[in-house]
Design a protein around this ligand. Sequence first.
Ligand code: C2E
Ligand code: MG
Ligand code: MG
Ligand code: MG
Length: 280
Amino acid sequence: ASKNGGRNRFSYFTPDLQAAASARQNMGADLRAAIAAQQFEILYQPIVSLHSGAVYKAEALLRWRHPTRGLLGPAEFIPFAESNGLIGQIGDWVFREAARQAHAWQAAIDPSFQVSVNKSPVQFRRDADMYEGWFGYIEELGLPRQSIIIEITESILMQGADQVLERLRHFRAMGLQVALDDFGTGYSSLSHLKRFDIDYVKIDQSFVSQLEVDLGDLALCEAIIVMAHKLGLKVVAEGVETEGQRQLLLAAGCDYAQGYVFAHPMPAAQFEKMARESLR
Ligand code: C2E
Ligand code: MG
Ligand code: MG
Ligand code: MG
């Protein structure tokens, strides 16, 4: 708008857009400060073996303890971090923190313990050098590489598939595991399961929430599970909130589940206690 200059400067800027623009600016400044002030925290949600109830995996879920707005979930700030170029730094912090925690839990919970880390599509495309730093950090910790699962969403697979394939192959070649998150949403295709080099499929919670009442959703979940297993992949169901859903997924042969019926995302200390109890 400022290009026009003069008295018509804000002529096509509604008050709403102005407010949104200034909120975006504040958010950018706040986010930058947050990195320096270490206001980010990770909550961990158990990924539960449906068969045994044991917990050998956790998903790392990012939170921002904002000085005035309280504890914020990723939806409230990740999009800003992506458009402000700050997602790289934040993602780097999350990865290292998750790796450090995986290392600690291999001693405290079980030697095979894994931590699953979400990766922004934006970050997946950029920041190629960062990955070398990550492999170095894992090495430093003495952490087996398969201790880390990288979660990417299906939408990544739609953009620049060759480059994405290359990067996935690199991750797998380095020994990390890969999960396809939110499966079934967006432009999902069963052929992705074959074409891309992955270890886990995570069935999106939108297919899980109506499992007990929608036979179509049940059919979809069953089909995804059968297909994934034939391709040698493990399946995680997301957003399992009821005992009925848990039973249907178990009967359908689903391997793992996450959701409020088991536990909400929680601080590391509380998680450790819960996981240890699950293995007794
Ligand atoms: P996601 O990876 O699909 O994570 C699952 C989301 O479902 C989490 O929301 C979790 O708290 C929530 N959830 C877990 N169990 C249940 C349930 O039983 N019912 C319902 N309704 N929800 C459940 P959260 O923590 O708000 O995270 C939202 C999204 O933000 C994540 O979706 C992920 O895409 C993204 N995210 C989280 N942490 C990071 C991160 O470190 N980096 C990036 N780039 N994205 C992240
Ligand atoms: Mg995830
Ligand atoms: Mg998901
Ligand atoms: Mg999601």
